[in-house]
Structures are given as C-alpha cells and as structure tokens.
Write a protein that binds this ligand. Structure first.
Ligand SMILES: [Cu+2]
Length: 159
C-alpha cells in the first residue's frame, strides 16, 4: 500500500515537468465587427527572399456579407483576394476574386489550397510569432483592424 503510494508519487513528480513543457496553445484570436467574427488569422513564416505570401482565417457572419478588401501598406506592395480553382486542363491555380462571399451563419475557411488573402511584393520577412497588422473591409460590417499571427511552415490547417 505504502509502496504503491510512493510509486504513484514518483510518477507524478516525474511527469510534472512534462506537463509544464507541454504548453497549452493560446486560444485562437477572435475579432468582431458588426455581425462578422474573424477567427485565427494566420500566415506561414516566409523565407528571406520570398516575394509573396498568403493569409488565412475563418470567417462567419450573422447576415449575408462580403469580404471586399484587405489592406496592409507596410506588409506588401499589393494585396488581392484570391480563390483557388482547378481549370479545364485540371491545373490548380489561384485567381483574383472581387469578394469573398459570406452567407449568413455559414463558416468560410480561408486556408492553404483554398481561398486566401494574397500579398505580393513582401516588404518584410514573416517570422514565427510575429503579429502583423492588417485591415479587413466587409461590405456591410465595415472595416476591422486585425493581427495576423505568423506560424511555422509545417502548420497547415486551420486551428
Ligand atoms: Cu493567391
């Protein structure tokens, strides 16, 4: 009985540093404007001479709305909203889209190999942990400033 108790105690002590290191990830950032919720805006870290990057996030709106513009003067020369399509030849490619449609209460994921905000002519390298300011404008909800969190290249989707 005592032996068991000591064994348990030693397990607990041995395990506790593991718990300490196994950090709980920060909850996803959320931003609110009008009826729109923007969750976990993020980008992959970039190589030193990388010229373009994509921004991802999750969007949901209580009413029909549209993401119509993304701006960040200090991040890139030009920013577009992009869709990801497969053309008639079966080739996957990115195309500019005027707006990203939000239907009431339907989640829209901007994610790798899907829709995204496209940055051309990066003005700085994105390093893991950076929080980069960007403004998103929705047709009805208006404009919201958010922070894009830079995550490791291996981070692929979406949480
Ligand atoms: Cu793109």
């Amino acid at each position: 009985m005592i032996k068991n108790a000591i064994f348990c105690l030693s397990l607990f002590i041995a395990a506790s540093p593991l718990f300490a290191e196994n950090k709980v990830e920060e909850p996803n950032a959320k931003y609110y404007i009008g009826t729109v919720t923007i969750t976990n805006p993020w980008a992959k870290n970039t190589a030193k001479d990388q010229k373009n990057a994509a921004i991802y996030m999750e969007l949901i709106s209580g009413t029909n709305d549209k993401l119509i513009k993304a701006e960040a003067l200090d991040l890139a020369d030009r920013i577009e909203l992009h869709d990801h399509i497969v053309d008639a030849q079966g080739v996957a490619k990115m195309v500019e889209t005027k707006a990203i449609e939000l239907r009431a209460n339907e989640k829209v994921m901007l994610k790798p190999r899907g829709r995204h905000v496209m940055l051309f002519g990066l003005k700085k390298q994105f390093n893991v942990g950076d929080k980069l300011p960007m403004k998103l404008t929705f047709e009805k909800a208006g404009t919201k400033e958010i922070l894009i969190e830079v995550k490791d290249q291996s981070h692929n989707c979406c949480g």
